[in-house]
Design a protein around this ligand. Structure first.
Ligand code: 6R9
Length: 654
């Protein structure tokens, strides 16, 4: 790949307009970035002032990246309450301001505007309900809800009483749900009767019922009424949120939490094994989410901000709920999908609520781009000022369409690179400070020191115009602290391959100008429509089927989803391939994990390419899936090279 077109020549400089409004211009960025690296303690002590502390911290940072002894602490002896920071402290100055705008799946359903004062009442009532159900500080609560305001109330209610929430995306299956409930030993599941999405309804309560069959008898289920759809009910286990809320006291005292007490657990996919529970703590996470929200999106008081993510993903945690609400922002929460009732829905919502900052995923942009410009053009988008993307690399075509058609060439696009593990943005251009290059994450955020390493030697590659694996030197306040219940796995996953660094799992290029481009995962994690998935998870779902002897799963380029799921399946001796079995397997994976893991291609594989020691050579399977047979590389170490010819000949048509 040449870098010539991707240097300064292709950059879009910020306009005077954008610069003069921005919190941070180029000079301020340089100064603040230098300060954050040269004096991290001083820099973060200052930034932490945006949070209200109950007891101030005396120590800013206490971090060790030493393998075997990894330990990350920020503001360790300070105390605070996250819900008080996101709600209570705004009451005096902005009690009547809208905190959350809620837009339903069905555009004819009336949006809700929830003020900070109302939010306070809802959160307190939910906190009291959870306490009635026996939830105490340190207990875990699983949240399995649609994108309704109660999801935010539930998160903040947990934070208020010191319970640790673990949100499970409403698209996950009962099996995935029970695994997570058991994984963190949750006391309560908060769910709803049904989740409307794109005109269809997911039966969340009956999914929870199915999950609960595999959980401890003591787990309780708090049910929010969303559609009023019929549900089965077990007295003593199931509790009606709406009824209890009528009775609940509307004041609950926020509990004093230590800065390093866990705030939430969020399960995410890795390259091996089952999903791991990423643990984020209280003080550092909130400081980082709030700061990045304000600076990256250049959020100003009075702006209307919309992030289209789901609260089931980290983006929803940091940039729908915690960051915006800590900043006293107005944050829009959307229940639906970009294409329902038509491909103009996003833009209709932007126009209706006069959205100023709009943050979405490349996969949504690609899907909408294919529907034509008229869906955008018929809506008034003149209030838009900043556009953002997250979740996967954005291809230049999609970037240009977003820039030209949606932003009319006047809204900077912040391409934010970060991860569930990082809590907030680690690299992104800042609207008033940096030129933009379509597809580049550009610059590190304050306090972030990206390094490019040689994957073989682990040596740091200095200078520009270089490529390698992306690691981060030193810590930032929003960093994950551990894997729930398995600190060893935490150290092994992130700190063992490249000693002394945090290993991101991504590859990256630093171009001739010193700007960063994320090149994608270097491990067995695939990114399907911006959702992270371990190929190992899909493989273990497939081999759990009685007809399957062996399976290997790889990602392949997919026009809309970014990557699709390509499965090679070896059947048991007594089973014959058929279209019916293919359908059955697809359904099987959907049931085991959820619709997001649905295989795009299933190719029957009489044999898989293996080394003599039995290791599947995924490199070859990836090439075949990509239809790239010319560069299979060295196949001489294969136990039986003929299986490759067979796979090529029978490569699935799609
Ligand atoms: C926030 C989020 C993390 C992985 C990450 C990387 C990819 C995210 C990106 C991006 C290129 C961007 N990724 N943002 N790649 N450009 N702007 O998505 O968290 O679900 O944990 O995924 O997503 O590969 O390592 P998560």
């Amino acid at each position: 790949m040449t870098t010539a077109t991707k240097t300064e020549a292709a950059a879009y400089a910020p306009s005077q307009d954008v610069i003069s409004r921005a919190h941070v211009d180029a000079a301020a960025y340089d100064e603040m970035y230098a300060a954050s690296i040269n004096d991290p303690e001083g820099f973060w002590a200052e930034q932490a002032k945006r949070i209200d502390w109950i007891k101030p911290f005396s120590q800013v940072k206490d971090v060790s990246y030493e393998f075997g002894n990894v330990n990350i602490n920020w503001f360790a002896d300070g105390t605070l309450n996250v819900a008080a920071n996101c709600v209570d402290r705004h009451l005096a100055s902005r009690g009547d301001q809208t905190a959350i705008i809620w837009e339903a799946d069905d555009p004819t359903e009336k949006p809700k505007h929830i003020s900070y004062k109302e939010l306070h009442g809802h959160v307190c009532r939910m906190a009291n309900i959870l306490e009635t159900l026996g939830v105490r500080k340190g207990d875990r609560v699983v949240i399995y809800l649609p994108m309704i305001p109660e999801a935010a109330y539930a998160m903040l209610a947990c934070a208020r009483i010191g319970a640790i929430h673990s949100i499970v995306f409403a698209g996950f299956s009962p099996d995935a749900l029970s695994a997570r409930v058991n994984g963190c030993d949750a006391k309560v599941i908060i769910t709803a009767d049904e989740a409307p999405r794109g005109g269809r309804k997911t039966p969340l309560k009956s999914n929870a019922d199915a999950a609960l069959l595999h959980c401890k008898d003591t787990v309780k289920c708090l049910v929010v009424k969303r559609t009023g759809g019929q549900t089965t009910w077990i007295d003593g286990r199931d509790f009606d949120y709406n009824e209890m809320a009528l009775e609940a006291d509307d004041y609950s005292k926020p509990i004093e939490m230590n800065a390093e007490d866990p705030l939430f657990i969020l399960y995410t996919s890795g390259s091996t094994g089952q999903p791991k529970g990423v643990v984020h703590t209280t003080g550092g996470y909130l400081t980082y989410a709030a700061l990045t929200h304000e600076i990256t999106f250049d959020y100003h008081d009075g702006d209307i901000y919309w992030c289209t993510a789901d609260v089931g993903w980290v983006t929803g945690h940091s940039y729908i709920v915690y960051g915006p609400l800590a900043n006293g922002a107005t944050t829009l929460m959307f229940e639906g999908v970009p294409t329902y009732p038509d491909a103009g829905r996003f833009w209709e919502v932007c126009a209706k609520h006069k959205v100023n900052q709009f943050y979405t995923a490349p996969t949504a942009i690609r899907a909408l781009m294919g529907q034509g410009t008229e869906f955008v053009e018929k809506h008034d988008l003149s209030d838009l000022r900043i556009l953002g993307t997250v979740g996967e690399p954005i291809n230049p075509e999609a970037w240009n369409w977003y820039n030209d058609v949606v932003g009319k060439g006047k809204c900077p696009i912040v391409d934010t690179w970060w991860q569930t593990e990082t809590g907030g943005h680690l690299m992104t251009p800042l609207p008033g400070a940096h030129a933009l290059k379509p597809g580049a994450a550009m610059k590190p955020f304050f306090g972030v020191q990206p390094v490019v390493l040689d994957p073989q030697s682990g040596e740091e590659i200095t200078g520009n115009g270089v490529e390698g694996v992306l690691c981060i030197k030193d810590s930032w306040p929003g960093q994950m602290r551990t894997v729930w219940g398995d600190h060893e796995r935490f150290e092994k996953t992130y700190f063992s391959d490249y000693k002394g660094y945090y290993f991101t799992g991504d590859g990256c290029r630093r171009d001739e100008d010193g700007d960063y481009w994320i090149t994608g995962r270097v491990d067995d994690v695939i990114n399907v429509s911006g959702h992270r998935m371990g190929t190992a998870e899909v493989e273990s779902a497939l081999v759990a089927h009685a007809a399957v002897a062996e399976a290997a799963v790889v990602g392949y380029p997919h026009e809309i989803k970014g990557q699709g799921i390509y499965c090679y399946v070896t059947l048991m001796n007594d089973r014959e391939p058929s279209e019916e079995l293919r359908k059955d397997l697809r359904q099987w994976v959907r049931t085991e994990i959820g619709p997001i893991a649905s295989p795009d291609v299933i190719q029957w594989a009489p044999g898989l390419p293996k080394t003599r020691s039995g290791k599947i050579m995924r490199r070859i399977l990836r090439k075949i899936a990509e239809n790239d047979f010319g560069s299979l590389g060295d196949t001489s170490t294969l136990a039986d090279p003929s299986v490759v010819d067979d796979l090529i000949q029978n490569r699935a048509a799609s």
